[in-house]
Design a protein around this ligand. Structure first.
Ligand code: PGA
Ligand code: ZN
Length: 440
Protein backbone atom coordinates (compact mmCIF):
# COMPACT_ATOMS: atom_id res chain seq x y z
CA UNK A 1 0.00 0.00 0.00
CA UNK A 2 1.20 3.44 -0.90
CA UNK A 3 0.60 6.14 1.71
CA UNK A 4 -0.14 9.41 -0.04
CA UNK A 5 -0.07 11.74 2.95
CA UNK A 6 0.42 11.72 6.73
CA UNK A 7 -0.40 14.27 9.37
CA UNK A 8 0.34 14.19 13.06
CA UNK A 9 -1.40 16.53 15.45
CA UNK A 10 -1.52 17.08 19.17
CA UNK A 11 -4.84 16.36 20.88
CA UNK A 12 -5.87 16.23 24.57
CA UNK A 13 -6.31 12.98 26.44
CA UNK A 14 -8.85 12.35 29.20
CA UNK A 15 -6.57 14.00 31.77
CA UNK A 16 -6.20 17.05 29.56
CA UNK A 17 -2.62 16.13 28.69
CA UNK A 18 -1.17 16.40 25.21
CA UNK A 19 -1.02 13.25 23.13
CA UNK A 20 -0.60 12.37 19.45
CA UNK A 21 -3.09 11.61 16.72
CA UNK A 22 -1.92 10.32 13.34
CA UNK A 23 -3.88 10.54 10.11
CA UNK A 24 -2.77 8.46 7.14
CA UNK A 25 -4.15 8.75 3.63
CA UNK A 26 -4.08 6.48 0.63
CA UNK A 27 -5.57 7.14 -2.78
CA UNK A 28 -9.14 6.37 -1.70
CA UNK A 29 -9.21 6.42 2.08
CA UNK A 30 -7.96 8.07 5.22
CA UNK A 31 -7.68 6.76 8.77
CA UNK A 32 -6.80 8.14 12.19
CA UNK A 33 -5.45 6.67 15.42
CA UNK A 34 -4.18 8.17 18.66
CA UNK A 35 -1.90 7.17 21.52
CA UNK A 36 -3.15 6.75 25.11
CA UNK A 37 -0.95 7.36 28.16
CA UNK A 38 -0.48 5.46 31.41
CA UNK A 39 0.09 6.81 34.91
CA UNK A 40 1.34 3.68 36.66
CA UNK A 41 3.90 3.12 33.97
CA UNK A 42 5.99 -0.07 33.99
CA UNK A 43 9.75 0.45 33.92
CA UNK A 44 10.07 -1.67 30.78
CA UNK A 45 7.48 0.12 28.69
CA UNK A 46 8.31 1.86 25.42
CA UNK A 47 9.45 5.44 25.82
CA UNK A 48 6.88 8.23 25.61
CA UNK A 49 8.29 11.18 23.72
CA UNK A 50 7.03 14.64 24.64
CA UNK A 51 4.40 15.31 21.92
CA UNK A 52 5.97 18.56 20.63
CA UNK A 53 9.32 16.81 20.23
CA UNK A 54 7.53 13.91 18.56
CA UNK A 55 6.14 16.33 15.95
CA UNK A 56 9.69 17.40 15.12
CA UNK A 57 10.84 13.79 14.90
CA UNK A 58 7.95 13.08 12.60
CA UNK A 59 9.04 15.82 10.18
CA UNK A 60 12.41 14.03 9.92
CA UNK A 61 10.84 10.70 8.90
CA UNK A 62 7.78 11.80 6.94
CA UNK A 63 9.36 11.72 3.49
CA UNK A 64 10.99 8.37 4.23
CA UNK A 65 7.56 6.86 4.89
CA UNK A 66 5.97 8.57 1.89
CA UNK A 67 8.65 7.39 -0.50
CA UNK A 68 8.05 3.71 0.32
CA UNK A 69 5.34 1.15 -0.32
CA UNK A 70 4.26 -1.22 2.42
CA UNK A 71 2.81 -4.60 1.57
CA UNK A 72 1.77 -5.53 5.05
CA UNK A 73 1.35 -4.39 8.64
CA UNK A 74 4.53 -6.19 9.58
CA UNK A 75 6.35 -4.47 6.75
CA UNK A 76 5.26 -1.02 7.92
CA UNK A 77 5.87 -1.69 11.63
CA UNK A 78 9.33 -3.13 10.97
CA UNK A 79 10.17 -0.06 8.92
CA UNK A 80 9.31 2.17 11.89
CA UNK A 81 11.19 -0.09 14.33
CA UNK A 82 14.27 0.12 12.11
CA UNK A 83 13.98 3.89 11.74
CA UNK A 84 13.83 4.15 15.52
CA UNK A 85 16.78 1.81 15.93
CA UNK A 86 16.51 1.06 19.66
CA UNK A 87 16.30 -2.57 20.91
CA UNK A 88 12.81 -3.67 21.95
CA UNK A 89 13.84 -4.97 25.35
CA UNK A 90 13.43 -1.72 27.23
CA UNK A 91 16.34 -1.33 29.58
CA UNK A 92 18.50 -3.86 27.86
CA UNK A 93 19.13 -5.39 31.27
CA UNK A 94 18.28 -8.84 32.52
CA UNK A 95 15.48 -8.53 35.05
CA UNK A 96 16.62 -8.89 38.64
CA UNK A 97 14.76 -10.32 41.62
CA UNK A 98 12.74 -8.18 43.98
CA UNK A 99 15.42 -7.88 46.64
CA UNK A 100 17.50 -4.78 46.52
CA UNK A 101 15.41 -3.36 43.72
CA UNK A 102 15.22 0.40 43.47
CA UNK A 103 11.72 1.68 44.28
CA UNK A 104 9.71 2.52 41.22
CA UNK A 105 8.57 6.07 40.80
CA UNK A 106 4.87 6.70 41.14
CA UNK A 107 4.95 10.19 39.74
CA UNK A 108 3.10 9.09 36.62
CA UNK A 109 5.60 10.98 34.51
CA UNK A 110 7.42 9.50 31.60
CA UNK A 111 10.99 8.82 32.70
CA UNK A 112 13.17 11.85 32.13
CA UNK A 113 16.03 9.94 30.58
CA UNK A 114 15.42 7.80 27.57
CA UNK A 115 18.74 6.01 27.48
CA UNK A 116 18.34 2.35 26.67
CA UNK A 117 14.54 2.50 26.60
CA UNK A 118 12.68 0.87 23.74
CA UNK A 119 11.47 3.29 21.03
CA UNK A 120 13.33 6.14 22.70
CA UNK A 121 14.41 7.68 19.43
CA UNK A 122 11.07 8.27 17.70
CA UNK A 123 8.91 7.71 20.78
CA UNK A 124 6.59 4.76 21.37
CA UNK A 125 3.64 7.15 21.19
CA UNK A 126 4.57 8.43 17.70
CA UNK A 127 5.25 4.90 16.43
CA UNK A 128 2.02 3.54 17.92
CA UNK A 129 -0.25 6.21 16.44
CA UNK A 130 1.31 5.55 13.01
CA UNK A 131 1.10 1.77 13.37
CA UNK A 132 -2.57 1.79 14.41
CA UNK A 133 -3.58 4.35 11.78
CA UNK A 134 -1.83 2.19 9.17
CA UNK A 135 -3.90 -0.82 10.33
CA UNK A 136 -7.13 1.14 9.93
CA UNK A 137 -6.11 2.42 6.51
CA UNK A 138 -5.02 -1.00 5.28
CA UNK A 139 -8.25 -2.53 6.57
CA UNK A 140 -10.24 0.04 4.59
CA UNK A 141 -8.21 -0.64 1.47
CA UNK A 142 -8.87 -4.35 1.88
CA UNK A 143 -12.59 -3.65 2.52
CA UNK A 144 -12.33 -5.30 5.91
CA UNK A 145 -13.66 -4.34 9.30
CA UNK A 146 -10.71 -3.56 11.56
CA UNK A 147 -11.26 -6.59 13.82
CA UNK A 148 -11.36 -8.80 10.73
CA UNK A 149 -8.15 -7.28 9.46
CA UNK A 150 -6.56 -8.01 12.84
CA UNK A 151 -7.81 -11.58 12.97
CA UNK A 152 -6.52 -12.12 9.41
CA UNK A 153 -2.99 -11.18 10.40
CA UNK A 154 -1.09 -14.42 10.05
CA UNK A 155 0.55 -13.66 13.37
CA UNK A 156 -2.57 -14.54 15.31
CA UNK A 157 -2.93 -18.27 15.22
CA UNK A 158 -4.35 -18.31 18.73
CA UNK A 159 -7.86 -19.15 19.61
CA UNK A 160 -9.58 -21.63 17.40
CA UNK A 161 -12.46 -21.99 19.81
CA UNK A 162 -13.30 -18.36 20.40
CA UNK A 163 -13.11 -16.91 23.86
CA UNK A 164 -16.14 -15.20 25.23
CA UNK A 165 -15.12 -11.56 25.59
CA UNK A 166 -15.79 -10.19 29.06
CA UNK A 167 -15.88 -6.51 30.00
CA UNK A 168 -13.79 -5.80 33.09
CA UNK A 169 -15.27 -2.73 34.77
CA UNK A 170 -12.98 -0.76 37.07
CA UNK A 171 -15.59 0.71 39.43
CA UNK A 172 -13.46 1.95 42.35
CA UNK A 173 -10.22 3.79 41.56
CA UNK A 174 -7.39 3.63 44.09
CA UNK A 175 -3.62 4.07 44.03
CA UNK A 176 -2.32 6.45 41.38
CA UNK A 177 -5.83 6.77 39.88
CA UNK A 178 -7.62 8.01 43.02
CA UNK A 179 -8.72 11.64 42.98
CA UNK A 180 -10.06 12.00 46.56
CA UNK A 181 -7.25 13.26 48.74
CA UNK A 182 -8.32 11.14 51.71
CA UNK A 183 -8.49 7.86 49.81
CA UNK A 184 -6.29 5.33 51.59
CA UNK A 185 -6.48 2.74 48.83
CA UNK A 186 -3.15 1.31 47.70
CA UNK A 187 -4.84 -1.17 45.36
CA UNK A 188 -5.33 0.60 42.04
CA UNK A 189 -8.43 -1.06 40.56
CA UNK A 190 -11.45 -2.67 42.16
CA UNK A 191 -13.31 -4.35 39.31
CA UNK A 192 -16.49 -6.23 38.63
CA UNK A 193 -16.58 -8.87 35.87
CA UNK A 194 -19.94 -10.14 34.61
CA UNK A 195 -20.39 -13.89 34.39
CA UNK A 196 -22.85 -13.93 31.52
CA UNK A 197 -22.35 -15.03 27.94
CA UNK A 198 -23.76 -11.98 26.17
CA UNK A 199 -21.83 -8.69 25.99
CA UNK A 200 -25.10 -6.68 25.80
CA UNK A 201 -26.26 -8.14 29.12
CA UNK A 202 -22.78 -7.79 30.59
CA UNK A 203 -22.66 -4.12 29.64
CA UNK A 204 -26.13 -3.39 31.06
CA UNK A 205 -25.20 -5.20 34.24
CA UNK A 206 -22.04 -3.11 34.51
CA UNK A 207 -24.02 0.11 34.15
CA UNK A 208 -26.68 -0.95 36.68
CA UNK A 209 -24.02 -1.99 39.18
CA UNK A 210 -22.06 1.22 38.65
CA UNK A 211 -25.16 3.33 39.43
CA UNK A 212 -26.04 1.23 42.51
CA UNK A 213 -22.48 1.53 43.78
CA UNK A 214 -22.53 5.30 43.23
CA UNK A 215 -25.67 5.66 45.35
CA UNK A 216 -24.29 3.30 47.99
CA UNK A 217 -21.07 5.33 48.28
CA UNK A 218 -22.95 8.63 48.40
CA UNK A 219 -25.00 7.27 51.33
CA UNK A 220 -21.85 6.04 53.02
CA UNK A 221 -19.52 9.01 52.51
CA UNK A 222 -21.86 11.87 51.53
CA UNK A 223 -22.29 12.91 47.91
CA UNK A 224 -19.73 15.70 48.30
CA UNK A 225 -17.13 12.98 48.97
CA UNK A 226 -17.69 10.74 45.98
CA UNK A 227 -15.49 11.72 43.05
CA UNK A 228 -14.63 10.03 39.79
CA UNK A 229 -11.08 8.70 39.46
CA UNK A 230 -8.90 8.61 36.34
CA UNK A 231 -10.71 5.60 34.84
CA UNK A 232 -14.24 6.82 35.75
CA UNK A 233 -14.51 4.51 38.76
CA UNK A 234 -15.39 6.12 42.09
CA UNK A 235 -12.86 7.69 44.40
CA UNK A 236 -13.86 8.29 48.03
CA UNK A 237 -12.28 8.46 51.51
CA UNK A 238 -11.98 4.70 51.97
CA UNK A 239 -10.02 3.90 55.12
CA UNK A 240 -8.54 0.65 53.89
CA UNK A 241 -8.48 -1.68 50.89
CA UNK A 242 -10.79 -4.36 52.24
CA UNK A 243 -13.49 -1.75 52.89
CA UNK A 244 -13.68 -1.11 49.12
CA UNK A 245 -13.90 -4.83 48.33
CA UNK A 246 -16.62 -5.23 50.96
CA UNK A 247 -18.75 -2.55 49.30
CA UNK A 248 -18.64 -4.46 45.99
CA UNK A 249 -19.31 -7.81 47.69
CA UNK A 250 -22.25 -6.43 49.67
CA UNK A 251 -24.04 -5.05 46.60
CA UNK A 252 -23.34 -8.19 44.54
CA UNK A 253 -24.71 -10.34 47.37
CA UNK A 254 -27.76 -8.15 48.04
CA UNK A 255 -28.97 -8.17 44.42
CA UNK A 256 -27.52 -11.57 43.51
CA UNK A 257 -25.80 -10.07 40.48
CA UNK A 258 -23.80 -12.55 38.35
CA UNK A 259 -20.63 -10.54 38.93
CA UNK A 260 -17.20 -11.54 40.17
CA UNK A 261 -14.63 -9.26 41.74
CA UNK A 262 -11.24 -8.57 40.13
CA UNK A 263 -8.31 -6.52 41.44
CA UNK A 264 -5.44 -4.71 39.76
CA UNK A 265 -3.01 -4.30 42.63
CA UNK A 266 -0.32 -2.39 40.65
CA UNK A 267 2.03 -3.35 43.48
CA UNK A 268 5.11 -1.65 42.01
CA UNK A 269 3.46 1.60 43.06
CA UNK A 270 3.74 0.85 46.79
CA UNK A 271 6.91 -1.22 46.78
CA UNK A 272 9.74 0.37 48.75
CA UNK A 273 13.14 -1.17 49.51
CA UNK A 274 11.99 -4.79 49.46
CA UNK A 275 8.67 -4.20 51.25
CA UNK A 276 5.11 -3.27 50.47
CA UNK A 277 3.20 -0.67 52.49
CA UNK A 278 -0.49 -1.58 52.65
CA UNK A 279 -3.02 -0.06 55.07
CA UNK A 280 -0.16 1.54 56.99
CA UNK A 281 1.57 -1.82 57.56
CA UNK A 282 4.83 -3.11 56.13
CA UNK A 283 4.54 -6.46 54.31
CA UNK A 284 7.22 -8.78 52.96
CA UNK A 285 6.36 -10.49 49.66
CA UNK A 286 5.49 -13.67 51.61
CA UNK A 287 3.18 -11.78 53.99
CA UNK A 288 1.57 -9.96 51.09
CA UNK A 289 0.93 -13.28 49.36
CA UNK A 290 -0.89 -14.54 52.46
CA UNK A 291 -2.91 -11.32 52.58
CA UNK A 292 -4.01 -11.96 48.96
CA UNK A 293 -4.82 -15.62 49.59
CA UNK A 294 -7.18 -14.58 52.38
CA UNK A 295 -8.86 -11.89 50.27
CA UNK A 296 -9.22 -14.24 47.30
CA UNK A 297 -10.85 -16.89 49.44
CA UNK A 298 -13.11 -14.55 51.42
CA UNK A 299 -14.44 -12.67 48.39
CA UNK A 300 -14.13 -15.39 45.73
CA UNK A 301 -11.92 -13.09 43.66
CA UNK A 302 -11.70 -14.05 39.99
CA UNK A 303 -8.57 -12.23 38.88
CA UNK A 304 -5.61 -10.48 40.42
CA UNK A 305 -3.22 -8.31 38.38
CA UNK A 306 0.32 -7.23 39.27
CA UNK A 307 0.24 -8.56 42.85
CA UNK A 308 3.99 -7.94 43.33
CA UNK A 309 6.72 -5.61 42.15
CA UNK A 310 7.42 -5.49 38.43
CA UNK A 311 10.71 -7.42 38.70
CA UNK A 312 9.54 -10.12 41.09
CA UNK A 313 8.74 -13.03 38.74
CA UNK A 314 9.24 -15.49 41.63
CA UNK A 315 6.55 -14.12 43.94
CA UNK A 316 4.09 -14.05 41.04
CA UNK A 317 4.92 -17.74 40.50
CA UNK A 318 4.50 -18.65 44.18
CA UNK A 319 1.06 -17.06 44.31
CA UNK A 320 0.01 -18.73 41.04
CA UNK A 321 1.09 -22.18 42.26
CA UNK A 322 -0.53 -21.77 45.65
CA UNK A 323 -3.78 -20.71 44.05
CA UNK A 324 -3.99 -23.16 41.17
CA UNK A 325 -1.35 -25.83 41.64
CA UNK A 326 -0.63 -27.39 38.25
CA UNK A 327 -4.01 -26.30 36.94
CA UNK A 328 -3.21 -22.64 36.23
CA UNK A 329 -4.13 -22.80 32.53
CA UNK A 330 -7.46 -24.52 33.03
CA UNK A 331 -8.77 -23.18 36.31
CA UNK A 332 -10.66 -20.20 34.86
CA UNK A 333 -9.27 -17.79 37.44
CA UNK A 334 -6.44 -15.45 36.57
CA UNK A 335 -3.13 -14.11 37.84
CA UNK A 336 -2.44 -11.34 35.33
CA UNK A 337 0.92 -9.80 34.46
CA UNK A 338 0.93 -6.14 33.39
CA UNK A 339 3.90 -4.09 34.64
CA UNK A 340 5.74 -7.42 34.95
CA UNK A 341 5.58 -8.14 31.22
CA UNK A 342 4.75 -4.76 29.56
CA UNK A 343 3.43 -6.42 26.35
CA UNK A 344 7.04 -7.41 25.65
CA UNK A 345 7.77 -10.89 24.31
CA UNK A 346 11.13 -11.18 26.07
CA UNK A 347 9.52 -10.44 29.43
CA UNK A 348 6.62 -12.77 28.65
CA UNK A 349 9.08 -15.59 27.91
CA UNK A 350 10.59 -15.19 31.37
CA UNK A 351 7.14 -15.05 32.98
CA UNK A 352 5.99 -18.21 31.17
CA UNK A 353 9.20 -20.05 32.03
CA UNK A 354 8.85 -19.18 35.66
CA UNK A 355 5.09 -19.79 35.69
CA UNK A 356 4.54 -16.25 36.97
CA UNK A 357 0.79 -16.21 36.20
CA UNK A 358 -1.60 -17.47 33.56
CA UNK A 359 -2.66 -14.29 31.74
CA UNK A 360 -1.05 -11.22 30.22
CA UNK A 361 -2.44 -7.72 30.01
CA UNK A 362 -2.07 -6.33 26.50
CA UNK A 363 -1.50 -2.61 26.11
CA UNK A 364 -0.31 -1.77 22.59
CA UNK A 365 1.37 1.44 23.74
CA UNK A 366 3.62 -0.50 26.14
CA UNK A 367 5.45 -1.95 23.12
CA UNK A 368 4.61 0.50 20.33
CA UNK A 369 3.42 -1.42 17.25
CA UNK A 370 0.49 -3.63 16.33
CA UNK A 371 2.81 -6.31 14.93
CA UNK A 372 4.77 -6.67 18.17
CA UNK A 373 1.50 -6.66 20.13
CA UNK A 374 0.15 -9.53 18.02
CA UNK A 375 3.38 -11.50 18.41
CA UNK A 376 3.06 -11.26 22.18
CA UNK A 377 -0.55 -12.47 22.05
CA UNK A 378 0.38 -15.35 19.78
CA UNK A 379 3.15 -16.41 22.11
CA UNK A 380 0.81 -16.20 25.11
CA UNK A 381 -1.77 -18.40 23.35
CA UNK A 382 0.84 -20.93 22.29
CA UNK A 383 1.66 -21.32 25.97
CA UNK A 384 -1.95 -21.49 27.11
CA UNK A 385 -1.95 -18.08 28.70
CA UNK A 386 -4.96 -15.82 28.34
CA UNK A 387 -4.81 -12.27 26.95
CA UNK A 388 -6.72 -9.29 28.33
CA UNK A 389 -6.71 -6.20 26.12
CA UNK A 390 -6.50 -2.95 28.03
CA UNK A 391 -6.89 0.81 27.74
CA UNK A 392 -4.66 3.25 29.68
CA UNK A 393 -5.75 5.62 32.43
CA UNK A 394 -5.11 8.56 30.09
CA UNK A 395 -7.36 7.77 27.12
CA UNK A 396 -8.70 9.28 23.92
CA UNK A 397 -11.89 8.49 22.02
CA UNK A 398 -10.00 5.97 19.90
CA UNK A 399 -11.70 2.56 20.13
CA UNK A 400 -8.95 0.48 18.49
CA UNK A 401 -8.62 -1.86 21.48
CA UNK A 402 -12.22 -3.07 21.02
CA UNK A 403 -11.36 -4.42 17.56
CA UNK A 404 -8.10 -5.79 18.90
CA UNK A 405 -9.87 -7.66 21.71
CA UNK A 406 -12.40 -9.18 19.31
CA UNK A 407 -9.86 -9.80 16.55
CA UNK A 408 -7.61 -11.89 18.80
CA UNK A 409 -10.37 -13.57 20.81
CA UNK A 410 -9.25 -12.08 24.12
CA UNK A 411 -10.53 -13.31 27.49
CA UNK A 412 -11.49 -9.78 28.46
CA UNK A 413 -11.37 -6.09 27.69
CA UNK A 414 -10.40 -3.68 30.43
CA UNK A 415 -11.66 -0.19 29.61
CA UNK A 416 -12.53 1.34 32.98
CA UNK A 417 -15.97 2.05 34.41
CA UNK A 418 -19.00 2.17 32.08
CA UNK A 419 -18.97 5.97 32.11
CA UNK A 420 -17.23 8.91 30.39
CA UNK A 421 -16.96 9.01 26.59
CA UNK A 422 -13.38 7.72 26.31
CA UNK A 423 -14.29 4.54 28.28
CA UNK A 424 -17.74 4.02 26.76
CA UNK A 425 -16.31 4.28 23.24
CA UNK A 426 -14.50 0.95 23.70
CA UNK A 427 -17.42 -0.99 25.18
CA UNK A 428 -19.81 0.46 22.63
CA UNK A 429 -17.58 -0.52 19.72
CA UNK A 430 -17.61 -4.12 21.01
CA UNK A 431 -21.41 -3.94 21.09
CA UNK A 432 -21.58 -2.48 17.59
CA UNK A 433 -19.43 -5.28 16.21
CA UNK A 434 -21.25 -8.03 18.06
CA UNK A 435 -24.72 -6.71 17.32
CA UNK A 436 -23.93 -6.31 13.64
CA UNK A 437 -22.96 -9.96 13.87
CA UNK A 438 -20.33 -9.46 11.24
CA UNK A 439 -18.72 -12.77 10.34
CA UNK A 440 -15.07 -13.12 11.31
P1 PGA B 1 -2.12 3.02 33.75
O1 PGA B 1 -2.93 1.96 34.62
O2 PGA B 1 -2.77 3.15 32.45
O3 PGA B 1 -2.18 4.29 34.58
O4 PGA B 1 -0.73 2.51 33.66
C1 PGA B 1 -3.59 0.86 34.07
C2 PGA B 1 -3.14 -0.44 34.66
O5 PGA B 1 -2.22 -0.50 35.50
O6 PGA B 1 -3.66 -1.50 34.28
ZN1 ZN C 1 -2.32 -2.88 35.66
Amino acid sequence: MKISDINIKIISDSRGKDTLEAELKSEDFSAKASAPAGKSIGTHEAFVLEPKLALKKFEEIKTKILSNEFESQENFDNFLIELDGTPSTSSGQAPSTSSGQAPSTSSGQAPSTSSGQAKSNLGGNLILSLSLAFARLKAKNERLELFNYISHQSLVVGRKSKNLLRPIFNVINGGAHATHRESKLEIQEFQVIPEVDDFNIAFSLGKIFYRKLGNYLKDKFGSENVFLGDEAGYSAPFKNNEEAIECLAEIIEKYKYPLKIGLDIAAAQFYRDGFYIVDGKKYSAEELKNYYLKLIETYNILSIEDPFNEEDFSSFALLTTELYGTNAEQCGKLVIADDLTTTNIERLKIAINKKSGNAILIKPNQIGTLTETLKVIKFAYENNWQAIVSHRSGETLDDFIADLAIGVGAWGIKAGAPAKPERLAKYERVLTIQNANIKM
